[in-house]
Design a protein around this ligand. Structure first.
Ligand code: 2AM
Ligand code: CA
Length: 261
């Protein structure tokens, strides 16, 4: 792999954390009999992965800041650079033995995500990108799909879970979008949804109420694969607001018109 020193650090850390999470994932199947046992086990695996990633990434770049799902944030000596990390995106899938979860690592510089890694360890698919250097999955260069007709396009989203307040908006989106397209998919791991847009597997993705660690890596991966990524509300910042829409360039406008209403 050719990439900057930072990208190499990110890929190496994701691969190592992934190896350990795959072992835990196999264990989860044995624990399914006791849901509480499985839940506790998964949160321990999640925390252990975050601790490992923090040691690797801050160990290699001690002056950078840090923001992660489980342990929160740390200001760095260098206020312009920050790791944004989700040690386990798709936790609910992981807990249920569904092989669709990932480690997500973004690197922010002066408010912009400049490098991202999303590693689907169960399938050994390493998605990564660096600003200006393209997006890749393992050894393959990524390119968003070329579909330009809504009726042939597949879109992904996240459905609100556990009483999340955006259920009415999401149902409205679905009511408008479903009749116009080839289908909507919902897998429950936002970082992988974005990686799949970059890979041309999905033609577009939108979701509200996401966290910076769900989004950071995916933003640069989709852009470097030739896709468009915007905040759902154009006046807001994607990471602050957590509402995103992305797609290949040909389908972006008709898709965004349906979702933005
Ligand atoms: P997480 O697994 O890191 O928490 C998409 O809906 C996002 O919401 C996912 O990336 C996921 O990130 C988060 N999420 C939290 N709880 C969820 C649930 N019960 N079902 C689906 N997604 C969930
Ligand atoms: Ca997580």
């Amino acid at each position: 792999m050719i990439g900057s020193a930072n990208l190499n650090i990110m890929v190496k850390a994701a691969r190592k954390a992934g190896r350990s999470l795959v072992k835990d994932f196999r264990e989860v199947e044995n624990l399914q009999v006791s849901m509480k046992g499985a839940g506790d086990f998964v949160s321990k695996a999640d925390l252990a992965a975050e601790k490992f990633l923090k040691e690797e990434l801050l160990g290699a770049r001690p002056t950078y800041g840090w923001l992660a799902e489980e342990g929160g944030g740390i200001d760095g000596q260098d206020p312009t650079r920050r790791w944004i990390v989700d040690p386990l995106d798709g936790t609910t899938n992981f807990l249920h033995g569904l092989p669709h979860w990932a480690i997500s690592i973004g690197l922010e510089h002066k408010g912009q995500v400049v490098a991202g890694v999303v590693y689907d360890a169960a399938k050994d698919e390493m998605f990564f990108a660096e600003k200006g250097a393209g997006a890749w999955m393992n050894d393959t260069r990524l390119r968003v799909s070329g579909r330009s007709r809504m009726i042939e396009s597949i879109f992904a989203t996240g459905l609100p879970f556990g009483g999340r307040a955006d259920l009415p908006e999401t149902l409205k989106d679905l009511g408008r979008l479903l009749p116009t397209c080839a289908g909507v998919r919902r897998w429950g791991a936002a970082a992988l949804d974005m990686a799949y847009v970059a890979a041309g597997r999905y033609d577009g993705f939108w979701e509200r109420r996401l966290q910076p660690w769900d989004l950071a890596a995916g933003i640069v991966i989709v852009r470097e694969a030739g896709g468009l990524v915007q905040p759902l509300d154009e006046r807001r910042d994607i990471l602050d607001e957590g509402a995103v829409i992305c797609a290949n360039q040909a389908i972006f406008d008709p898709f965004a018109k349906v979702i933005r209403g």
